[in-house]
Design a protein around this ligand. Structure first.
Ligand SMILES: Cc1cc2nc3c(=O)[nH]c(=O)nc-3n(C[C@H](O)[C@H](O)[C@H](O)COP(=O)(O)O)c2cc1C
Length: 149
């Protein structure tokens, strides 16, 4: 069974999660989801990762999943999402995905990382207000990804 890993990552943690899977799954392929260098038809199992920002899955990934919904429903599908809020995770994912994808996919929360020094003042303000985070947080949960292997 051929596996394709796709990811979107703004600050690098979701990319780290994707690379963790890449190292563990023999013979799989990995691409940034914005790349045009892969064809879904070539794979039987698809793993897609993205972060949550402001209560929803990052937009490029949402668009990709919606556009390729029928193909993805025909594959074994694993989704991994990073984010700092455990309480909002389920509702944010449900709101961001087409319902049949939400029920079809194996979905994993892989933790999250916020490095305060990398954020713009606007993002610092957003994350303070939304999530009450005022300093860097490293909530890495790479082992949770083993469920998708
Ligand atoms: C401006 C901003 C908004 C965020 N909003 C959310 C959110 O609504 N829910 C959540 O769970 N995490 C939120 N996060 C945390 C990110 O999802 C987390 O840092 C994630 O690991 C980032 O992944 P990346 O490094 O791949 O971009 C936010 C982070 C930032 C900087």
């Amino acid at each position: 069974m051929k596996t394709l890993i796709l990811y979107e990552s703004i600050m690098g943690y979701t990319e780290k999660c994707a690379k963790y899977l890449f190292k563990k799954i023999e013979g799989c392929a990995i691409f940034d989801i914005s790349s045009k260098d892969f064809n879904l038809d070539d794979y039987d199992k698809i793993l897609i990762g993205a972060p949550l920002y402001i209560g929803e899955v990052e937009k490029i990934t949402q668009k990709f999943i919606k556009k390729n919904k029928l193909k993805l429903l025909d594959k074994e599908l694993g989704l991994f999402f990073s984010g700092m809020s455990r309480s909002e995770f389920h509702i944010a994912i449900q709101d961001s995905l087409p319902p049949n994808i939400f029920y079809h996919a194996n979905i994993v929360h892989c933790g999250g990382v916020v490095e305060f020094s990398k954020l713009s003042w606007k993002d610092k303000r957003t994350i303070k207000r939304r999530l009450e985070i005022k300093e860097s947080v490293y909530d890495e949960m790479l082992e949770s990804l083993d469920e998708l292997i």
